[in-house]
Structures are given as structure tokens and as C-alpha cells.
Design a protein around this ligand. Structure first.
Ligand code: NAD
Length: 554
């Protein structure tokens, strides 16, 4: 029978209520459809007797059938397409399958497989999901949002497709990302699917391959830039706040110039965050806290050298600086612990080509052109690859950082797997098993000289679903960096000694519902402490979060 928590769709799973679609339309509504699990009574009251084969299946039996078909799909990409087709016909069944097999399916519905799904989105396109907004819709965006059938939208993931994972400009094909990301909000933190809206601002693409592809689904124009772009985003943001109950807007996979600008412009105006910047910062800082339980150092003593000074790299550094300040360091000293190498070499004061977000990390130093020389010159305790340049953590680099440190911390977070700076096996082999390694995309355990290492995946999914859930559940007016710091600490607190013994600095993803509740609680606690909520503080925040979580059982 229907669950009736505030965050749970209660109009589902009952015999037909007034306003619920009937007949074949019910079977075409993924929020309501139960397919062969509609009971005898529902088949009569909803006018679907005859549309379904006579035998009534339980959801467990349906799950068995889905899994049987899932295993018949030979490749991860085919599995992705199959799962998405289930999502489009029966949301509860899709989420039941995903939640029951979350560790296995997370890489299929999000990174790395979603990367290929975006690259081929126009070619595998079957059914629309979410909203596409183009420059032609200027002046009409609120009207378009009003046509969305769900009125209680609480979270919107929006992309403009310019920097999809590490795969560059995918234009309208980037829609795979908001869809996939929202699936994780729902599967990991139990946000109600009916409260989620994926949006692509299709402002054109500079990818010639897309523009020349006859099956490309987007507008065939070069990217909109300048004031016209800003005006479109502004109209979209204002419309979301007017049409829906002040939803959380999560910016995703924008090119870095726009990403930083838009975050700065909107973070103090509405409830918003950028996961590529802040979520990444949080999950990687959490990984550092856990890594230091293995290496024995303190955060303020770490010298961190980044390859890649984009959204991920500087987002991580900003949160590290905040955490170091909390430990008593001055801001200046904290920034001095973070160094960057970008495509032009070491980020230093004398350079005149630096974007604004890199300036706080431009230190006094003589020019260094490559990462290996930077490692040798700066002697970092931690190296973090966030450049989307595959194979750039070479054997010489891993050996160099292993010479400097007994237990070097090596994070190769570029996604998808094909873009990783090095593999888990390379990091362990070249460091002779001494590296504390984490990656962005998952790697299998590695056995070296009889010892098995389990690489941690610094998956943003440890953080953003919980932060989203926490923000929505307490009616947060803003999402702040302090919330991401609290989330990082809360997640690190869940890493067991038994995980660390295997080299794993994140808890198993199978615990994700619990972890998301913990992160949601940490987020909400900051919101309540800072007076940033629209709701009253519940007596038991964890229990409250858990009670809000969507359960896909019929
Ligand atoms: P971005 O485009 O904002 O930044 C990329 C940076 O890499 C730029 O500063 C660029 O100058 C630099 N770069 C390019 N070539 C380089 C080279 N040869 N040497 C050194 N630097 C070079 O992208 P981003 O948002 O920062 O994302 C970077 C990567 O991190 C992507 O692959 C993304 O998928 C990944 N990422 C992973 C996670 C995670 O695993 N948790 C989270 C966010 C981003």
C-alpha cells in the first residue's frame, strides 16, 4: 500500500483515484505504471483489464525478470540502454532494481557508462525525458516549465552540455547527464522521482562532429555566448523560482568559465550549487581525511599538487583551504599548500594568462613546464589528477612521488575511465604497493605480491544526493561551502578500519542509502545552525531524513 511520507508519491500503487490517468494512459505513465503487478482490483477500477497478460506478478518477480534480461545484455552500454527503457516505462521497478544492485548499477546509470550514452545520445534516443530549452524559447521559459506535469519540483539538474565529464562539448546530447545524475539523487538519497526535473539548456555546440551528424537532436548552431547566453540563463533561473516551490538548482557540466561565473552569480541569490566544483571538493577532501588515517599526517601538513586547474581541481583546493583554516592555518598559508599545473605548466605569479579562479593559487616560483619537474621541485605529499588527460601520471611520476613519501596519496579522478591519469594497477605497481589511491571512475581490486588492494572511488555520489536531500528536507534557502565541509567530515566518519586495511578510503557504495542520510543530516544541521531553513528543526534529524526517503516498493 502507498507510503504517505511527505517526500513519497502517495498517489501510486492504489486503485484509481480521481485525476489519475485511466486505461492505456495509466500504463504509459512511468510514475504510476506497475505493469503486470497491477492487482485484479486495480485492473478493474483503472480500466486496464485486457491490456495486461492475466497473471499478476509481484514486484519481486518483476525484478527477477528484469535481472534475467539485464544479464542477457552483453556490454555495459547495452545494459545502460535496457535499464533506461525500464525507467521510461516503470520508475518504481527501475529504482527497485537499481537500489537492490547499487554498486553494480551505479557505473551503468552514471559515470563511466553515461559518458558513452551522451556521446551517442542522438543515436540511441527513443523517448524524451526532461526539458530542453533553447534560445528560441526566450520570453517563454516560464510557460514551458508550467507544462511540466509534476508541479512539486524540488530539484533541477541543469546542464548546457559544454563540458560533459572529461569528454568535452556534447551539446544537447549532454542530456544524459541531468537524467543520470537525478537517477542517483533518487537511488542514493531517496529523493522522490516526481520532484526531480532534468533540464538541458541547448545553446548550440561547437562540436563539428555533432553539427554534421544528420541524427543530432540539438539545434545546429554554434554556442551562444555573451549577454544573450547570460540573459537566457537568468530567465531560466527566475522562471524556476516562480513556477516551482523554490527548487534547488544544481548546475552540472558547464564549461569552466561559465560554471564559475554562474556559481558566483547565483549562490547568494537562490538555493544552488555546482557539483563539479563543490561536490567534487567535498568528496575528495573526505578521501584526504581518510587517507591521512593511513599515512598518519595532518591535513595542514599536506602539500597538494594538482594536475588540472579547472572546476574539479580548484573546487577541491577551495575546500581544502577552508578545512585547513578550520585547523588553524591562515588563509595565505593554506593556499600555499595547494599548487597547480595546468596545460601551460606550473601556475605561478609571473604568468599573465591565468583565469580568475586560478589566481588564488598562483604562487612565487620559477617557471616549471611539466608535472614531473613540478613533483621534483615541490615535493608534494598528495598528487591529484583532474585534467581529463589520460595516462599523464606516468611511471616516472608515481616513482618520484613514492621516493618523496613513504605513503604517497595519489588521486586520479578524471572521468570516464578512459581519461584517468593512471589506473589503480599502475599506481600500486609503480609505487610498490605504497600509494593510497583513489579514482573518479571505478577500478577493480588489484593483487600485488599476494596483497589485495581495493581502490576507493571518489564518486561525487557519496556527497551530492545527501546534500540535495538535506537541503530539500529542511527547506534550505542556500547551499554553502560549510555544508560541503560538514558533508566531507560526516562521510569520512563512516569509513571503517576494515576499509582502510584494504586501502579503501571510502565506505562501500552498498551503504549509500545510509551514507546519504548521514550526509543529509550534516547538511541540514549546518542549515539549521545558520538560520538558512524554511522549516522547523525536527527532534531527530537522521530519523527525519530516513522517513523522507522514497521507497520504490509498490
Ligand atoms: P575543466 O575543463 O574545468 O578543467 C580541466 C583543467 O585541466 C584545465 O585547467 C586545463 O587547463 C587542465 N589541463 C588540460 N590539459 C592539461 C595538461 N596536459 N596538463 C595539465 N593540465 C591540463 O574540467 P573539470 O571540471 O575540472 O574536470 C576535469 C576532470 O575531472 C574531468 O575528467 C572530470 O570528469 C573529472 N572529475 C571527476 C570527479 C570525481 O571523480 N569525483 C568530479 C569532477 C570532475
Amino acid at each position: 500500500m502507498a507510503k504517505t511520507t511527505e517526500n513519497n508519491p502517495s498517489n501510486k500503487r492504489t486503485s484509481c483515484k480521481r485525476g489519475t490517468p485511466k486505461g492505456v494512459n495509466l500504463l504509459r505513465e512511468p510514475f504510476l505504471n506497475k505493469d503486470t503487478a497491477f492487482t485484479e482490483q486495480e485492473r478493474d477500477s483503472c480500466g486496464i483489464r485486457g491490456f495486461l497478460p492475466p497473471y499478476v506478478l509481484s514486484q519481486d518477480e518483476q525484478v527477477k525478470r528484469v535481472m534475467e534480461n539485464y544479464h542477457k545484455r552483453a556490454t555495459p552500454f547495452e545494459k545502460h540502454i535496457y535499464l533506461r527503457s525500464i525507467q521510461d516505462s516503470n520508475e518504481d521497478l527501475f529504482y527497485r532494481v537499481v537500489m537492490d544492485n547499487v554498486t553494480e548499477m551505479m557505473p551503468l546509470i552514471y559515470t563511466p557508462v553515461v559518458g558513452q550514452a551522451c556521446q551517442e545520445f542522438s543515436h540511441i534516443f527513443e523517448k524524451p525525458r526532461g526539458l530542453f530549452i533553447t534560445p528560441k524559447d526566450k520570453g517563454k521559459i516560464a510557460d514551458i516549465l508550467r507544462t511540466w506535469p509534476q508541479k512539486d519540483v524540488r530539484i533541477i539538474v541543469v546542464t548546457d552540455g559544454e563540458r560533459i565529464l572529461g569528454l568535452g562539448d556534447q551539446g544537447a546530447d549532454g542530456m544524459g547527464i541531468p537524467i543520470g545524475k537525478l537517477s542517483l539523487y533518487i537511488a542514493c538519497a531517496g529523493i522522490n522521482p516526481a520532484q526531480c526535473l532534468p533540464v538541458t539548456l541547448d545553446v548550440g555546440t561547437n562540436s563539428e562532429a555533432k553539427l554534421n551528424d544528420p541524427l543530432y537532436i540539438g539545434i545546429r548552431e554554434k554556442r551562444l555566448r555573451g549577454q544573450a547566453y547570460d540573459d537566457l540563463v537568468e530567465e531560466f533561473i527566475v522562471a524556476t523560482q516562480e513556477v516551482f516551490p523554490e527548487p534547488l538548482i544544481q548546475f552540472e557540466d558547464f564549461g569552466n568559465t561559465n560554471a564559475f561565473r554562474l556559481l558566483t552569480k547565483y549562490r547568494d541569490r537562490i538555493c544552488t550549487f555546482n557539483d563539479d566544483i563543490q561536490g567534487t571538493g567535498s568528496v575528495i577532501v573526505s578521501g584526504l581525511y581518510s587517507a591521512m588515517r593511513i599515512t598518519g599526517g595532518k591535513l595542514e601538513k599536506q602539500k597538494i599538487l594538482f594536475q588540472g586547474a579547472g572546476e574539479a581541481g580548484t573546487g577541491i583546493a577551495d575546500l581544502i583551504v577552508a578545512a585547513m583554516i578550520e585547523e588553524g592555518l591562515s588563509e595565505e598559508k593554506a593556499r600555499q599548500q595547494c599548487w597547480f599545473v595546468d596545460s601551460k605548466g606550473l601556475v605561478i605569479k609571473s604568468r599573465t594568462d591565468l583565469a580568475e579562479h586560478k589566481l588564488p593559487y598562483a604562487h612565487e616560483h620559477k617557471p616549471v613546464t611539466d608535472f614531473l619537474s613540478a613533483v621534483e621541485a615541490l615535493k608534494p605529499t598528495v598528487i591529484i589528477g583532474a585534467s581529463a588527460q589520460p595516462k599523464t601520471f606516468t611511471q616516472s611520476i608515481i616513482e618520484a612521488v613514492s621516493k618523496i613519501n613513504e605513503r604517497p596519496i595519489v588521486f586520479a579522478i578524471s572521468n570516464p575511465t578512459s581519461k584517468a591519469e593512471c589506473t589503480a594497477e599502475e599506481a600500486y605497481k609503480w609505487s610498490k604497493g605504497r600509494a593510497v589511491f583513489a579514482s573518479g571512475s571505478p577500478f577493480d581490486p588489484v593483487t600485488l605480491n599476494g596483497k589485495t588492494f581495493v581502490p576507493g572511488q571518489g564518486n561525487n555520489a557519496y556527497i551530492f544526493p545527501g546534500v540535495g536531500m538535506g537541503a530539500i528536507a529542511c527547506g534550505a534557502k542556500r547551499v554553502t561551502d560549510e555544508m560541503f565541509s560538514a558533508a566531507a567530515k560526516a562521510l569520512a566518519g563512516e569509513v571503517a578500519e576494515s576499509d582502510l586495511e584494504k586501502g579503501r578510503i571510502y565506505p562501500p557504495l552498498s551503504m549509500i542509502r545510509h551514507l546519504s542520510a548521514v550526509v543529509a543530516t550534516a547538511t541540514a544541521e549546518v542549515a539549521f545552525k545558520r538560520g538558512l531553513t524554511k522549516k522547523r528543526k525536527p527532534a531527530d534529524i537522521v530519523a527525519f531524513m530516513k522517513s523522507q526517503m522514497y521507497d520504490p516498493k509498490y
